[in-house]
Design a protein around this ligand. Sequence first.
Ligand code: PMT
Length: 404
Amino acid sequence: MLINKHILLGVSGGIAAYKAAELVRLLRKQGAEVRVVMTKSAMQFIAPLTFQALSGNPVHSELLDADAENAMGHISLARWADLLIIAPATANLIAKLTHGLADDLLSTLYLAATCPVYVAPAMNQAMWNKTVTQENIEKLQHHGVKIIGPEQGDQACGETGYGRMSEPVAICNYLTDAPENQSSSPVQCLQGLKVLISTGPTREPLDPVRYLTNRSSGKMGYALANAALKAGAEVTLVSGPVALTAPANCELVPVETAAQMYEAVMSRASGHTIYIGAAAVADYSPAIMQSEKIKKQEEQTTIILQKTKDILADVAKLDKRPFTVGFAAETHNLETYARDKLVRKKLDMIAANWVGREQGGFDSEQNALHVFWESGEKTLAMTDKTRLAEQLISLIAERFFIKS
Ligand code: PMT
């Protein structure tokens, strides 16, 4: 995954420049932030506007542009980049990089960059096979540059041989798999995002001394809050009554009833990027709360229950809705019920867990999840809730970045 990686994509002037547009899309799908630098001749093949629209950032092409130097000049761009990929790289550009020429923005950036550099060559097969090109490639490799491709096949010029730029998906996979792009420390995959989590049980009062509740301990939600903080998010934790200490650096909103949880979540949801509903909210609460203690009378008695408002479904209906993740706690038909909740409540994801079993679910140190979204699913095996929460947060970040 390339979550939050700053990727500088250099595009030089060859027919394969159109493939670079697909590369931008794939890199962004992997969670990367992409900025594009084009040479003058690249702009003859594809309009900068295409890259601007796909990357969501202005395209850079001028070395000596007063405005650009004030904002993202060549040194700032080089410092910003976690990796530089040049695709397509023409024979001319490869020659310039090999010899340290810096007569335009892209070749200057290459000299200024201290991050890993990848080059995906694209040229006519005869140009690729020319001794001088092969010597240049060897030198670049010797300088630490990683060469991706080229591939063999039919070329735009009508010839066949090595010189076709590698497919964008192959380039993207190469970057994703490269060990130097793997994070060794906890991935700050939610850096700067605001995450709202609801957790714990609710208590629905019958009279001043009694209430209806459930077995939720809040452990799953508190573990998610810790994992989201570790991933760099700002966290708000709306918590039912539990015996846990909230992480010091999150905003804790204690609530008791389903109605209070509804108010606390709904008033905050639009101000957050992601909402995770891990709370075991009462589906029904007593229609009337008696003001005095109910006296023991008949052998049997009846309590009239009133449906509570569905917090998760209402968050997903908001005009400015966060990326909405629900939980499903089931004693049977886990997948069917979870998929039904995903669709019916219009969620982005749902994390389903078995409850009422010996291991996992309510008030257990461990849990396992089967996570569903519109186009996929993933099983997170039984492990302690801390580890499980980290895995779920990574998955949420991955799906969130793909969707946005
Ligand atoms: O707290 P722990 O002891 O660590 O246990 C964790 C857990 C089992 C409580 C947790 O993993 C979990 O499954 N939470 C959801 C429990 C639940 O109420 O599931 P549900 O299938 O009944 O509800 C589906 C979803 O709708 C949930 O996201 C729930 O928060 C939400 N909901 C339900 C009713 C309601 N009125 N409003 C809601 O938002």
